[in-house]
Design a protein around this ligand. Structure first.
Ligand code: DGY
Length: 320
């Protein structure tokens, strides 16, 4: 009987599907990330691993799995936590969960955009602390959204959902992507291509939707920040290291940009104290895909990829 290990509990639908398929399951039911050594043991002894983006699946783990492990099914769309090259060499499939979390992630990016632009979190705190003593002309002034320019960096599935939602706010949408979309697609989405510098200079809101790769590491660094307008608001629901966090903090502190809405951080789960102390940021704990419906769909996909791979076929969401 083939064996599947979960490094962490995920929605029950995965367990149900895999049990029905006849696999033996081991599920880490403790609320903690497994250690490197524990994952090595799983890789040696199981046919399939279900991993989270917080599990660092490096070469050593993959080497340990060689011969036994057939698939690493990541419970996320991003897979920068896995050494895909090493897995490919070892003949181990690596799968992700594309598509099903695009809406939820774009929704969170919009929620952060609104929260920062209209100072929702600060206002809430102000009210709860009993400071609301009457309407004031300059109380919590924020920024308009309708008619402004939104710059989307990365125009994959999530970027496109972000753009679709901007139509309702009659925004001008600029986008930057390594490979430009077809004219037809640009027209349908109502978006205009711009090089990175132009996008940064012209946007009031900048939302990141790129995967983390060598090319996108610190894509927004000192030079890029220096081009931003003082009213720029940055939203990051992609991956923390796409932004140089130290530079971001400096610009936020010196009020050279207006604010940031962040769901991801350079060294998760560590968040610099300086960021926590700033009042022009809204912070969420990497919950882009965190809706009941989305997480169920992701769990189903994770299971389906394993079922296919353990039949000896290429799983539908193999990433290489
Ligand atoms: C993913 O699946 O990669 C997302 O970051 C989850 O929010």
């Amino acid at each position: 009987m083939a064996k599947v290990a979960f490094t962490y509990e995920i929605p029950e639908i995965a367990e149900k599907k895999l049990t029905e398929a006849g696999f033996e399951l081991w599920i880490n039911k403790e609320d903690r990330t497994l250690s490197h050594e524990e994952i090595i043991e799983l890789a040696k002894n199981y046919d399939a691993l279900i991993t989270l983006l917080s599990d660092n699946i490096n070469k050593e783990i993959i080497e340990a799995g060689k011969g036994k492990l057939k698939i690493i099914s990541n419970y996320a769309v991003g897979y920068n936590n896995i050494d895909v090259e090493a897995a490919k060499k070892a003949g181990i499939f690596v799968t992700n969960t594309p598509g099903v979390l695009s809406d939820a992630t774009a929704d969170l990016a919009w929620a952060l955009l609104f929260a920062v632009a209209r100072k929702i979190v600060e206002s809430d705190k102000f009210v709860r602390e009993g400071n609301f003593v009457g309407w004031r002309p300059k109380l919590f002034l924020g920024y308009d959204i309708k008619g402004k320019t939104l710059g989307i960096i990365g125009m994959g599935r999530i970027g496109k959902e972000m753009a679709k939602r901007a139509k309702g706010f009659e925004m001008k949408v600029l986008y930057y992507k390594r490979n430009r979309l077809s004219e037809n697609e640009e027209k349908n989405l109502g978006i205009e291509y711009a090089d990175l510098k132009t996008l940064i200079k012209e946007s009031d809101y900048i939302s990141l939707h790129t995967p983390l790769t060598e090319e996108t590491y610190h894509l927004l660094d000192e030079e890029e920040f220096s081009l931003m307008k003082p009213n720029t608001i940055i939203i990051n629901t992609a991956r923390g290291p796409v932004i140089n966090e130290k530079v971001l903090i400096k610009y936020l502190k010196e009020r050279k940009i207006a604010g940031a809405g962040l769901d991801v951080y350079e060294e998760e789960p560590k968040i610099p104290q300086e960021l926590i102390e700033l009042d022009n940021v809204v912070l969420t704990p990497h919950t882009g895909s965190a809706t009941f419906e989305t997480r169920d769909k992701m769990a189903e996909m994770v299971a389906e990829n394993i079922i296919t791979a353990l039949k000896g076929e290429i799983p539908p969401n193999n990433v290489y």
